[in-house]
Design a protein around this ligand. Structure first.
Ligand code: PGA
Length: 254
């Protein structure tokens, strides 16, 4: 088990609505979670951030609310975008950046992702920076190289990593029901941590949380999360049902 406090993050993607989102956060907030042992985060679509926070404010809990994406621009004529300032003002404390769906469907390049990370930090938002190789990269034996390049480019010129969490999500494992084996996931996490140690020093790398994502379920969570360099999970499908998500949150309970 790692010495870093695990973070279990739920990425709702473009799912749920005001009512079902409210029910889900209420179920989580009412559950018995030991927040001394685990951090819990939900990332609803931006329009559901405030309703989620409003529901959470009525129950004692320490659930963190995040956005799924922000614009790299400060403000202006960018139809359909949401700024970091707007996300921060809505009460969210984190944002995901560089999720593979953004990289693949909306052409979020490494350069754009780096600008988004900087913009988030400017507005005091913590960041879950997502990286991960495609099946093509893996079959070409380029998985590690691809992922480390994404980490290096995503973190370029970012002075402090105290508000950064990384999430390793192999693209071929997202939403497919196929997970990286705990051993393969651990190997990649170790490679990422060693790379961060090389570019930022061992002390920074030792503190950095690196989450695993890609078809995490209540069944495979414990083994994945018991790996030395895996410090939590970024969960898609299984975060939409409170029962499943709570089992993942409580992975450490006997
Ligand atoms: P999944 O999604 O758990 O449904 O595979 C993970 C993610 O996209 O963050």
């Amino acid at each position: 088990m790692s010495k870093r406090k695990p973070l279990i993050a739920g990425n709702w993607k473009m799912n749920l609505d005001k009512l079902t989102g409210k029910k889900l956060v209420e179920d989580l907030a009412n559950a018995n979670i030991d927040y001394k042992k685990v951090d819990v985060l939900v990332a609803p679509s931006s329009i559901l951030i405030q309703p989620a926070l409003c529901s959470l404010s009525k129950i004692k809990n320490s659930i963190i609310v995040a956005a799924q994406n922000i614009s790299h621009e400060e403000k202006g004529a960018f139809t359909g975008e949401t700024s970091a300032a707007m996300v921060a003002a809505s009460g969210a404390k984190y944002t995901l950046i560089g999720h593979s769906e953004r990289r693949q469907l909306y052409v979020d390049t490494d350069q754009l992702i780096n600008l988004k990370v900087k913009k988030a930090l400017e507005h005091n938002l913590s960041v879950i920076l997502c990286v991960g190789e495609t099946l093509w990269d893996r079959e070409a034996s380029a998985a590690v190289e691809t992922v480390l390049a994404q980490v290096g480019k995503g973190l370029k010129d970012i002075k402090s990593l105290t508000k950064i969490v990384l999430a390793y999500e192999p693209v071929w494992a997202i939403g497919t029901g196929v997970t990286a084996s705990p051993k393969d996931a651990q190997n990649m996490h170790k490679a990422i941590r060693e790379y961060v140690a090389k570019i930022r020093g061992k002390a920074v790398a030792d503190k950095l949380r690196i989450l695993y994502g890609g078809s995490v379920t209540p069944i495979n969570a414990k083994e994945l999360l018991s790996q030395k360099d895996i410090d939590g999970a970024l969960v898609g499908g299984a975060s939409l049902k409170s029962e499943d998500f709570l089992k993942i949150i409580n992975f450490d309970k006997k």
